[in-house]
Every structure is written in structure tokens, then in C-alpha cells.
Design a binder for this molecule. Sequence first.
Ligand SMILES: [Zn+2]
Length: 315
Amino acid sequence: MTNPYTLILHDNEPGCSSPRSPSNARNIFKKDVQKAAPFSFRCATMRLKRADVLAIARQKTMISLLKRKILQRLLPRDFYFRKQGYCPCCQRPTDFISYDPWLRDNFLCVKCKSIPRNRALITVLEKHYPNWRCLDIHESSPSGGGASARFRSDCRGYVPTQFYPQHPAGKMINGYRNENLEAQTFDDESFDIVITQDVFEHIYDPESAFREIARTLRPGGAHVFGVPLVNKFMPSEVWAVRENDGSPRFLHEEEFHGNPVDSQGSPVTMHWGYDIVDYIKACTGHDSQIEYTDNLELGIRAEFIEVVVTRKPAV
Ligand SMILES: [Zn+2]
């Protein structure tokens, strides 16, 4: 029996400034820069002494550079989209700016550099668990900034972990506890909340990882996580499997994402769809809901920023 998922849509879009196409901005920029760069060595034909020519060249070059700098500020070369709002990560009025149409990785808060999925996750967490600052939270594989920085600064019970396969499990390394999400050393019912952000598309054995998270959650707690649900309504697909030596064997096109603790990057092992909620139900018996937030005031707009909330029933 399948568990019908819940897709909650929030669309609180206020008016927004119209995006300027990057190519148009680039053309305007080029034209103006060409006008602003008049210096050429033609002035050598004016029969000036070499020293005079060089002095003029320096002066003109400086003016040209100055004009170029002013123009760059007025017309940023790749400017694409800008919106004033309030950042849920750093909790300040701010500007959200993207120089790239792919907002998911580029629509930054200028103050804390958070990206839309960070802001979506903290907004959903705040909605379901407004007391999260007083709870015990395990975050696996946090990034340095964004929502993780907020958890680190505001939550006394925050335990960040990374996985260093060459080191003993459960030890502290570089400020992180060394934990394999698929086989954790935490006791049962250690946490109120488990957070993962863009982690589950890199797990070889998601069944074990979901079970371990369920085991370490207290009754009434939840796994709150972001994962790119790239397959949407299509079934989830295994993308890569682990070879005996630990390396990935891709079943489809090779795909890696950046990893802050591994310069090789992390192989993509799963392409998830909305049926992830059925998968979690089968592994843990727990119900999940998928929340999609679209709120420009909070700088939350991008593809694949759904947040999944899997609750462990209260006893
Ligand atoms: Zn911010």
C-alpha cells in the first residue's frame, strides 16, 4: 500500500523587479566600455617625446580604468536578478542577488551568502518546530554557512557530523563528529531533529540511512531535509552503486557534486522523485510530507528546493 504524499505549495509572491537578460546587459556594457577606452598609441604620431607619450598613456589608461570601474558598478556584467527582502538565515533585511539564471545555487543573500534551499529549509523547520533552538539537532554533512551557520550559533544542542571513512567512527575531527549516516554510533532516540541538506542524492544505501535516522530520533521528532527531487512525478532511480573498493559505478551518466570535505566531489547515487515518501514509509513506517516554498520576500525561489518532513510518531 502506498503512502500518498502531500505537496504543499506556498506562493506569496509580491511584485518583483523585472529581470534583465544577461546577454542584453553584456551588450550594453561592451558598447559603453568601447566608448570609454579611447587611448591608443596613435598619439605617438604627435611627435611628442617618449616620456610625454608615456605620461599621457598612463593618465588616459587610468581614466579609462576608472570609467570602466564605474561602468562595471552601474552595469554589472552578468547582472540578472535582484530583490530586497528579509533573510530567514541571518535574520536581517537584505538584498538577494543572482548573476545567473540558475537561482538554486546563485540567488545569494548579500549578507550571509545563503542560497534558496537554505532559506526554504529553515523556514519549514521554523514552521513545524518553532522551538528548534532548544532542541537536540543532528545535522549530517553541513555546509559552512547558510542555515548550518544559524544552527551552530543559535542551537545549544546542535551536533554537526561529517563522514571521514579513514578515521574511527564517533571521534571529533575538525569540529565535526565522524559519523557514517548509514551506520551511526549515536544511541537510540538521541535527537529531536535530524537535518540533511542535499545529502540523500549521494547515499549508496538510503534505506539504512533512513532507518538510522529513525532510530536516533525521539518520538515526536522529525527528519527535516532538502534533497533535489529531480525526477518529480517519475519514479526514483538508482544512479550509481558502490563497488567493493568504495568507488562509484554509475548506471547512468557520470555525475558528481561539490563536497566541502572531499576535493574529488561526491558521486550522485540517486535521482529521487516525489515517491521518496513511499520509499521512507517502506523503510521506517513513518509518514512524510513534501513542502515547496516560493516566497520572494524571503529570497526563496528556485527549482528543486522542496523540503521533506518525516515525523516519528509520538508515543
Ligand atoms: Zn542572509
